[in-house]
Design a protein around this ligand. Structure first.
Ligand code: EPZ
Length: 415
């Protein structure tokens, strides 16, 4: 298992380019299952999660060619099962359920089970597929879904679910008749997937809003698409710069997708200026405390919360952080406190009393964003921080240490 060794206290300076979005790439790669012919996807980030997705697709019979772009052809699709050994390493494997069920009329997917940040059930995905005519059985830890041909219906999500919206949108693209998704997720990644499906010939209106109409078609052709920039990675660099009093230009991104974070950063004293694809961030000498509550897009993303908490530990005053999306997303609190932070957390609320500085310590990543929060804390802290279980971070940040080194950080990967 790799770990990061970080010598903190250096202000990040220079330019960093955002990679393609992990959470857009995963459903988009899965959407190839629905199409006839060769799909070409550009800017697919090279991450542990995208590699897992490609292994899963290859196992189903999808032909994958790797080069500057990824070429995916599902003409040889012959399997309909996502096994436990792949699903347990990546919950997003559940995204094969919609496309495989629509295309092969049968899908078997291992139930993902809970994860470090919460129980994360998939009941809303399953309820929607049942409404669209599928029979669902849970047997031996697997979801077994079958449907001669799915039919369109009115789907209301009790809770906004990102992958639930994506799964239903993919299935509905090939269903008979019209599907209406209400209380749909408005995340930009849902919109990017809708762009891909539309290029393949799907009839979708309203993606990016909370009401999506999909008129099913009999077949979908192939497409070419460039994956959108990663908004969580973009935001991660913005917070890293703010915490290290740095001065960095983040290129190849889109300021619109990080607006909620930008507003909060400006509120705590960070300078953020942007044009169409570049964001220039300058950290202040002193950060000010402010309160923050997570919410579905366009609100403040739950994926930013651990990183924001790391930032709040260094802000003057008291910040109250409320986590509204996942029930157990404060696992990083104990590790940040080991670095000298003053955080008290109870249920969905954490109270952060800002300190003058953090001190380096050995800490352990418990999941992707919590792990990255510890890296940010290590970059800002005095002394040496060792972040263990870097494999969590490798799931979602491309070339993380190279990008940080180019900004002047002293970070090494040690096996
Ligand atoms: C997506 O997960 C992201 N993953 C997560 O990114 C992100 O944290 C999350 O959305 C919230 O923004 C991908 O896009 C691959 P949800 P998802 O369904 O879709 C409850 C990262 O670090 N719920 O929107 O799995 C659920 O428990 C990650 O990149 C149900 O109750 O999340 C949660 O409380 C981790 N039943 C809430 O809805 C369901 O059937 C939102 O979850 C589905 C969800």
């Amino acid at each position: 298992m790799d770990k990061f060794l970080i010598q903190g206290g250096i202000s990040l300076k220079g330019r960093v380019s955002a990679s393609g979005s992990k959470n857009a790439a995963l459903p988009i790669l899965m959407s190839a299952i629905l199409s006839e012919g060769q799909n070409i996807f550009y800017r697919v980030p090279d991450l542990r999660d995208t590699r897992t997705t490609l292994s899963l697709l290859e196992r189903l019979g999808v032909k994958v060619q790797k080069g500057e772009a990824l070429t995916l052809s599902a003409n040889g699709l012959c399997q309909y099962e996502a096994p436990y050994e792949l699903v347990r390493t990546m919950r997003a494997s559940v995204l094969i359920l919609g496309p495989v069920l629509a295309k092969m009329h049968k899908a078997t997917v291992s139930l993902p089970g809970g994860c470090a940040i919460g129980a994360r059930p998939i009941n809303l995905h399953l309820k929607a597929f049942q409404k669209m005519g599928a029979t669902i059985e849970i047997e031996g830890g697997y979801v077994k879904a079958e449907a001669r041909r799915l039919h369109g219906d009115k789907i209301y999500f009790d809770t906004v679910t990102v992958t639930g919206t994506e799964n239903v949108m993919m299935a509905a693209a090939l269903a008979k008749g019209e599907t209406l998704i209400e209380n749909a997720a408005r995340e930009p990644e849902v919109f990017d997937l809708a762009c891909v499906l539309t290029k393949m010939g799907a009839k979708i209106e309203g993606a990016g809003t909370d009401t999506i109409h999909i008129q099913g078609v009999d077949s979908l052709s192939s497409c070419e698409h460039t994956i959108m920039p990663d908004r969580i990675e973009t935001g991660t660099w913005m917070m890293a710069v703010a915490m290290t009093k740095g001065d960095v230009e983040i290129t190849d991104t889109d300021p619109v997708i990080v607006e909620a974070l930008t507003r909060k950063l400006q509120e705590v004293g960070v300078s953020v200026e942007a044009d169409s694809s570049t964001i220039h961030v300058k950290g202040p000498t002193h950060l000010k405390a402010t309160d923050m509550t997570t919410a579905p897009y366009p609100g403040f993303a739950t994926d930013f919360q651990p990183l924001w908490m790391a930032l709040a530990t260094l802000a003057e005053g008291t910040s109250v952080i409320r986590e509204e999306i996942f029930e157990n997303r404060f696992i990083h609190v104990g590790e940040l406190n080991r670095m000298g932070a003053k955080i008290q957390a109870e249920r969905d609320t954490a109270v952060v009393q800002g300190v003058k500085s953090l001190s380096g310590a050995p800490v352990m990543a418990s999941d992707l964003r919590a792990g990255m929060a510890l890296v940010l804390a290590g970059l800002a802290a005095h002394g040496t921080t060792t972040v263990q279980r870097v494999y969590h971070i490798d799931r979602g940040y491309e070339d993380v240490e190279t990008k940080l080194k180019n900004l002047g950080a002293r970070i090494e990967r040690v096996s």
